[in-house]
Design a protein around this ligand. Structure first.
Ligand code: GDP
Length: 306
């Protein structure tokens, strides 16, 4: 697989072009089937799902006696869509709740993931999306380990017009910043509080302690409505390993896949959903403030096949 990966990297050929090249042949030979399989593997669909898809496709092509590449392509689209699982609920839980006494409790979104995956940028873009939907938002900078992290979040916040709660000193307790952010949001009556966290994977027990404490402390003020894991789509197996660890320690409810722009590795959507058993809810498609979108399985599969 590493060899195939290198080949694709050298060829620079995107997934869609390769799939179309195979599927535009008059008749699919054994080599063509191999190439189809290889193309899906290279796109990080993962060996399990790729094998299932190819087997199912071959059976249907044989049973239905299909010859026409266009029909095979339609079937491939169907199978890919099934792998992405369009029935999954991808709605973000961003609605505040109102208690019997009329008090409003904001929705709280905790954002986790390794540094460099695009966590801060994603929170900025997400705040913008929420504001555009008419929600009021407070950001919490609970990544207190990198001095620049809170600054970066605050910059995004002011760009989008939402306040950021941050520690008053470097190295403060992340859980206490998270708590402050939620309390501030609640006192101000906002709809949503989005909390950034540090993404240090060196020490799994440490990460688990830290996220566990943040979660418990937030729970004193408001229920946690989402734990979003940010993964970089271009990191392949590394991203899957991160998914595994955060899945174990953080009770992830949704995945944000960043940097899907300009990668031929979109198949990672399938692999990561399988790994975690939770849906990809948002995708990052660039570095700008508008480059975050709800994940749309149909559009995604059409994108793969174009
Ligand atoms: P963090 O360390 O996880 O908070 O990562 P940052 O938010 O600082 O992002 C790391 C880099 O990735 C920055 O240069 C971002 O502009 C870039 N980035 C984030 N999301 C995307 C995306 O969807 N597409 C692209 N092309 N770049 C992104």
């Amino acid at each position: 697989l590493a060899r195939l990966r290198d080949r694709l990297a050298r060829s620079g050929s995107p997934l869609g072009a390769r799939l179309l090249a195979v599927l535009s042949r008059d008749h699919l030979s054994e080599d063509d089937w191999d190439e189809l399989e290889e193309t899906l593997l290279l796109a990080d669909v993962g060996p399990g799902p790729t094998g299932e898809l190819i087997d199912a496709l071959r059976v249907r092509v044989r049973v239905e006696g299909l010859q026409d590449p266009a029909q095979v392509r339609t079937l491939l689209r169907e199978q890919l869509l099934a792998l992405v699982d369009p029935a999954l609920d991808r709605e973000l839980a961003t609605a505040p709740t109102t208690g019997e006494d009329g008090t409003v409790t904001p929705a709280v979104l905790l954002v986790v993931g390794v540094n460099g995956t695009g966590k801060t940028t994603t929170i900025g873009k997400l705040a913008r999306l929420l504001v555009a939907e008419g929600r009021s938002v407070v950001l919490g900078a609970a990544d207190t380990f990198r001095a620049a992290a809170a600054d970066q979040l605050e910059t995004w916040g002011s760009r989008v017009g939402v306040p950021t709660v941050r520690a008053d000193r470097d190295g403060a307790d992340p859980a206490s910043v998270a708590f402050d952010a939620v309390r501030t949001g609640k006192a101000a009556g906002v709809d949503v509080v989005v909390v950034d966290t540090a993404g240090r994977l060196q020490n799994k027990a440490g990460l688990m302690d830290e996220l566990g404490k943040i979660t418990r402390v937030i729970g004193k003020e408001a229920p946690l409505t989402e734990v979003l894991l940010v993964l970089d789509a271009t990191t392949g197996q590394n991203g899957l390993n991160q998914a595994r660890v955060f899945g174990e320690v953080a009770g992830v409810t949704g995945i944000v896949l960043t940097k899907l722009d300009g990668t031929a590795k979109g198949g990672i959507v399938v692999a990561v959903q399988r790994e975690l058993g939770v849906p990809v809810k948002l995708v990052g498609l660039g570095e700008g403030p508008d480059d975050l979108a709800p994940f749309d399985p149909e559009a995604f599969v059409d994108g793969l096949l174009h």
